[in-house]
Design a protein around this ligand. Structure first.
Ligand SMILES: [Zn+2]
Ligand SMILES: [Zn+2]
Length: 77
């Protein structure tokens, strides 16, 4: 691995919001709260343990193993 990714200093962890319907992920810094594909509320962190989502391809919580696909966000509001 040569070079350093811009914005990645190793101490600050990137977090993402993910769409449970189409699996789209956006960086939390984008400010998007709803999926631009289908209007679903994006999952910001694990609803079970509140761990941040640090991988845009995450389908399960890395901290507690919760499967994101089974979550119904509307019920959490
Ligand atoms: Zn979506
Ligand atoms: Zn969790």
């Amino acid at each position: 691995m040569a070079g350093t990714e811009p914005g990645w200093d190793g101490s600050r962890t990137l977090t993402f919001r993910v769409c449970l319907r189409c699996a789209r992920a956006v960086p939390s810094s984008s400010g998007e709260r709803y999926c631009i594909n289908d209007g679903s509320l994006l999952l910001e962190h694990c609803p079970s343990c509140s761990a941040a989502i640090t991988n845009p391809y995450a389908r399960y919580c890395a901290a507690c193993g919760l499967e994101f696909a089974g979550i119904v966000l509307e019920a959490l509001a």
